[in-house]
Each structure stands twice: as structure tokens, then as C-alpha cells.
Design a protein around this ligand. Sequence first.
Ligand SMILES: NC(=O)c1ccc[n+]([C@@H]2O[C@H](COP(=O)([O-])OP(=O)(O)OC[C@H]3O[C@@H](n4cnc5c(N)ncnc54)[C@H](O)[C@@H]3O)[C@@H](O)[C@H]2O)c1
Length: 307
Amino acid sequence: MRVVITGGAGFIGSHIADAYIAAGHEVLALDSLWEHGGGRRANLPEKAEFVHMDIRDAGVAGVFAEFKPDIVSHHAAQHSVAISARDPRYDADVNVMGMLNVLEAAVKTGVKKVVFASSAATYGNPERVPVVESSPQRPVSPYGITKMVTEHYLRFYRAEKGLDFTALRYGNVYGPRQDPNGEAGVIAIFIGRFLKREGVRIDWDGEQTRDYVYVKDVARANLAALERGSGECFVIGTGARTSVNDIYRALVEISGFEAPITRAERRAGDARDIGYDPALAREALQWAAQTNLRDGMRETYEYFAAL
Ligand SMILES: NC(=O)c1ccc[n+]([C@@H]2O[C@H](COP(=O)([O-])OP(=O)(O)OC[C@H]3O[C@@H](n4cnc5c(N)ncnc54)[C@H](O)[C@@H]3O)[C@@H](O)[C@H]2O)c1
């Protein structure tokens, strides 16, 4: 198949490009290499075509018309919760207006399906864990709102314009190429500091838990979504929850360095426990995470150590 990946030079998008190319698909990555994002030209495999373009650009339709994708994987986004809170208009400009530009171009050029990088941020702070697809979506950030809104638009485009979709609501994705200087992604941030032999900050008591899913497993979910999951949204997580303290201890073991810890208050709005039940993805996408956290963390650590 021919696939355009918006945000294809980014952390997750570039792993999807790797997986699609390994499976024999043709890939074009369209990415603006946004200064606050994780996009790097060097993330992309040689066989992928690259177009340096903003998803809000009128030229997107022309790129699609020329490449003739069967599938559009929409991963470009203003991906920061903090920036979305500071500047909701910029967030909506990229994540809503940019997304609509992509969907319009897709309809115009006969694209069959959009695979969308949605987020567990659409759930806000869930009242019950594990979260499942039908859990109430009450986003608490403009970022979460624009991700949720996109799912609604996707339903509209499917019903009215025949553009199929699969939306993947990722949990906390980690792995090689994640930005270690970002605001989120505790594993990448900690690894960056461990490698510089610096201390780490642990908020609250460190016992808060999240579901950390390895980026190569996420790429496999995107492979499955090429063929399956028509018109559906899926929670993409491992089903396991891990505390920040456990991540710290695992990194001490992997690196042999006992990083000094600075303790800090709970950050406002932080949820205690967030976990997902990926049963629907198992059934409908025939996908399950395969990488255990320790192995994924070791691979990620080795990737950053070799840079
Ligand atoms: N990392 C996670 O844990 C996580 C969780 C849930 C959802 N997501 C979503 O997955 C997608 C990929 O996220 P990521 O973590 O790989 O971040 P990333 O920053 O590495 O990737 C996003 C890419 O989008 C590009 N981009 C940003 N604005 C653009 C624009 N206006 N036009 C074209 N390209 C633009 C960036 O240059 C970057 O390459 C995003 O949609 C994000 O919201 C990520």
C-alpha cells in the first residue's frame, strides 16, 4: 500500500515508517519539523520519501494528488499538553484546522482510510481504572479536547464522505528517538539524566502509576490498523501499570548508577493511577503489546547511550 504519514519524522511516526517499509509498503513522510516537536529528518529510513511541509499548508492536497496514498496515517500534531494550555488557539490551529486540511485532501484524492494518533488524554483523569474504549471522555487540556474532537470529525467524514478511519488512543509511549528534553515521557527524561550522571526529580511520592507502551508495539498496532478496526477507536496500552519509583529502580539496575533523587510536590491535576484494558484491540485488531517494560527500557537506554 501507499501511505502518507503526517508527522512521519517524529518519534512515533518514524517507527511507523520503519514498520511499514519493512512490511513492503511505500511511505511518504510529511512533516514541518516543528521546533518544539521530536521530528528529525535523520529519524526516517532511507526508503521513505520526505516532504517538508506544514499540515496547514494548501499544498498538502497537491502532495497527496501526486503520491496517491491509499492510507493516511495522521500523526502530526501540536503534541504538548503544556503548550496547549498556554496557547489553545495555536493548539487548535494545528490539531483541528491542520487535521481538517489533511482530511479534506484525503477525501479529494480518494484515500481509503485515515489511521489517527489519538490519545488517552481524551479521558482526562479517569474515575475508574482500567480505562476502556467506552469510559467517559472528559479531557482536561486543550490538547485532549482537540484529540477528542478529531475522533468526532473522523466519524463525520466516514459517514458523509466515505473516508474510513481507525483511531488509536495511545497511553504513555516510550522508546528510542523520544525527546529526552520534552515535558512528558518520564522514561526518556530519566534516561537523559542518568546518562549525564545527573539527579532526577520525582513528584508526589513516586507511587503514581501509568501504562507505558513500547513504541515498536505501537508501530505494530499501526500495521494492524491498515487492515482492521474499521470505524473504531482503540485503547493502546499494555494492561499493566508501573510506578515512577519502579521506573527509577529499573534504570538504576540497567545503568548501574544510583541517580540522586529530588522530591517534589504532586503536580496540580496529576492523576494517581491510569491504566488501560486493551481487550478490544486484542479482539478487533489482533494486537497486543509484546515487549516487557524492562526489555523496552534497556533497548531505549542503549539507544541513547550510543548517540
Ligand atoms: N508520545 C506519546 O506518548 C503520545 C501519546 C498519545 C498520542 N500521541 C500522539 O502521537 C503523535 C506523535 O507524537 P510523538 O510523541 O511522536 O511526537 P513528535 O513531536 O515526535 O511527533 C510529532 C511530529 O509532528 C510534526 N509536526 C508538528 N506540527 C506540525 C505541523 N503543523 N505540520 C506538520 N508536521 C507537524 C513534528 O515536527 C513531529 O515530527 C502526535 O499526534 C501525538 O499527539 C503521542
